[in-house]
Design a protein around this ligand. Structure first.
Ligand SMILES: *[C@@H]1O[C@H](CO)[C@@H](O)[C@H](O)[C@H]1NC(C)=O
Ligand SMILES: *[C@@H]1O[C@H](CO)[C@@H](O)[C@H](O)[C@H]1NC(C)=O
Ligand SMILES: *[C@@H]1O[C@H](CO)[C@@H](O)[C@H](O)[C@H]1NC(C)=O
Ligand SMILES: *[C@@H]1O[C@H](CO)[C@@H](O)[C@H](O)[C@H]1NC(C)=O
Length: 393
C-alpha cells in the first residue's frame, strides 16, 4: 500500500503526540489479577512487569485497591526505558503456606533495574506461622524465610510510602545498589519475631532513608559490609534492636563501612539505640566516618554501644579478637533514658582499639535519678559539652 504525503505527515504528528503524552500503564487487574485475597495473581503481576520493562516509553505497573495473593517474583532488568513506576494502591498478600515463599530468598525482588519508583503499597507476608515454626522443637525443618522486598544490583531507585507487614525474614533489603531513596516507609512486626530486620543495606552507595517508622523483632536498620555514603534521617525505631552497623567482620575479606550519617532518630522501648557490632574474628573490614546526631532514647536497653566481641555460641572465633578497625565515630546531642545502668558501652577489639570517638552533649539517665554509667575497653576518644554518664575514656 502506498501512503499519501498527508498520511505520512499525519502519522509523524500522531507518533510525536503519543511519544510526548503517553506513559504506558499496565493494570494488573486488566491482565487477570484478582483482588479477592485468595486467587494467585503472580502471573498477572509478572505480565505487567514484562510489559513495563519492555516498553520504550516511561511505563507504570498499576495495582488497584484490594488484596492480591502473589508468590515469589523477580522484576528483572535491564529494561527498555529508564522510568518505571510501580504504583500500588492495594496489598500484596503472601500465599497461605509459608513454604511457598519460605524456600525462596525473597518475595519481590527488583534486579538490574535503573530509574524505578515504587509508589506506596503494602506487602503483608503473614510471617507468624513461620516464626512459630522457628520457635518450635522441630525448628530444623522450617524454611529460612524470604525477604519481602529486595532491591538488588540496581541504580536510581525510589521507594516511597511503602509498608511492609510481618515479613518472614528481613522486610526490605538494598544490596549492590547505587542511589536509592527510601522515603516514608512503615515497617511492622512484633518485638519477638525472629530476624525481621526492617531495612538492611549492604554493598551499596548513596542510599538515603528518610521519614520512616520501624517496629520489628530485629534491627530497625542494619548496615552491612560495603555500605558507603549512607544517610538516615527522621526515623522512629522501636520495638527493635536499634540502628546497627553490623554485624561486620564475619569474613576475612570484607568491604568496610564508610561515611554514615544517622540523625534525628527516636528510639522507644528498643533493645539498642545506636550500635556498632562486629564478630570477634579476623577480618580486613572497617568502620570509618560515622556521625550519630540528635537522637532521643526512651527506655532503651543499650542506648550507645560498640560491641566487637560478637560470637554466638562461642564458635568459630579462634582468638576472640575482631579485625574490624573502627575510627572517627561522632555522637552529638544524644539524650533520654536508658533501661539499664550502663548507658554507654564501648567494648572494642584488643588488637585494633576504637580510635577517634567523639562525644558532644550526651545526656542519658537511668531510672530517674540513679546515675547511669559508661564502660570502655580498648576505646579512645574525647568529649565536649554535657557528658552524662561520665566519660570512661
Ligand atoms: C517519568 O515518567 C513520568 C510519566 O510516567 C513523568 O511524569 C516523569 O517526569 C518522568 N520522569 C523522568 C525523570 O523522566
Ligand atoms: C507520601 O505520603 C504522604 C502522605 O500521604 C504524601 O504527602 C507524600 O506526597 C507522599 N510522598 C511521596 C514521595 O509519594
Ligand atoms: C558522604 O555521604 C553523603 C551522602 O550520605 C554525601 O553527600 C557526601 O558527599 C559524602 N561525603 C564524602 C566525603 O564522600
Ligand atoms: C539531662 O537530662 C535530664 C533529664 O531529662 C535533665 O533533667 C537534665 O537537666 C539534663 N542535664 C543537662 C546538663 O542538660
Amino acid at each position: 500500500m502506498k501512503m499519501s504525503h498527508h498520511g505520512i505527515i499525519l502519522t509523524i504528528i500522531m507518533a510525536t503526540v503519543i511519544t510526548a503524552v503517553s506513559a504506558a500503564s499496565y493494570n494488573v487487574k486488566t491482565l487477570g489479577a484478582k483482588a479477592d485475597g485468595r486467587t494467585d495473581s503472580t502471573k498477572a503481576f509478572m505480565a505487567a512487569w514484562s510489559h513495563a520493562c519492555g516498553s520504550s516509553q516511561p511505563a507504570t505497573v498499576y495495582v488497584p485497591k484490594g488484596r492480591y495473593v502473589v508468590g515469589g517474583m523477580r522484576f528483572s532488568g535491564p529494561c527498555k526505558n529508564g522510568n518505571i513506576t510501580v504504583s500500588i494502591d492495594g496489598t500484596l498478600v503472601a500465599p497461605a503456606s509459608y513454604f511457598v515463599l519460605g524456600k525462596a530468598q525473597y518475595w519481590l525482588r527488583f534486579e538490574h533495574v535503573e530509574g524505578v519508583t515504587i509508589d506506596s503499597g503494602v506487602m503483608d507476608a503473614q510471617g507468624a506461622d513461620l516464626w512459630a515454626c522457628k520457635g518450635s522443637s522441630g525448628s530444623e525443618n522450617c524454611p529460612d524465610g524470604a525477604t519481602s522486598l529486595e532491591i538488588f544490583n540496581s541504580n536510581n531507585v525510589k521507594v516511597y510510602n511503602f509498608t511492609s507487614l510481618n515479613s518472614q525474614m528481613f522486610h526490605i533489603v538494598l544490596n549492590g545498589c547505587r542511589d536509592v531513596r527510601v522515603v516514608g516507609a512503615t515497617v511492622v512486626a512484633p518485638w519477638n519475631s525472629p530476624n525481621t530486620d526492617g531495612i538492611h543495606v549492604q554493598l551499596s552507595t548513596g542510599v538515603t532513608i528518610l521519614n520512616s517508622k520501624i517496629s520489628t523483632g530485629d534491627d530497625c536498620v542494619s548496615i552491612g559490609p560495603g555500605a558507603t555514603n549512607l544517610w538516615i534521617e527522621n526515623v522512629d525505631c522501636g520495638p527493635g534492636h536499634g540502628i546497627s552497623i553490623g554485624s561486620l567482620g564475619k569474613d576475612l575479606n570484607e568491604q568496610g563501612v564508610k561515611n554514615v550519617t544517622v540523625k534525628r532518630v527516636n528510639f522507644k522501648d528498643a533493645d539498642n539505640g545506636l550500635r556498632i557490632k562486629s564478630w570477634a574474628r579476623p577480618s580486613y573490614g572497617f568502620v570509618n566516618d560515622v556521625l550519630f546526631q540528635n537522637a532521643v532514647m526512651t527506655n532503651v536497653e543499650n542506648p550507645i554501644v560498640i560491641d566487637q566481641n560478637y560470637c554466638p555460641g562461642h564458635k568459630n572465633c579462634p582468638n576472640q579478637v575482631s579485625g574490624v578497625k573502627i575510627s572517627n565515630v561522632k555522637y552529638e546531642d544524644i539524650h533520654g533514658t536508658s533501661a539499664t545502668k550502663v548507658a554507654v558501652r564501648f567494648d572494642c577489639s584488643k588488637k585494633y582499639p576504637c580510635k577517634g570517638i567523639t562525644m558532644q552533649d550526651v545526656n542519658l539517665t537511668f531510672k530517674n535519678q540513679v546515675p547511669a554509667s559508661s564502660y570502655c575497653v580498648n576505646a579512645g576518644g574525647k568529649t565536649s559539652g554535657v557528658m552524662k554518664p561520665t566519660s570512661c575514656f
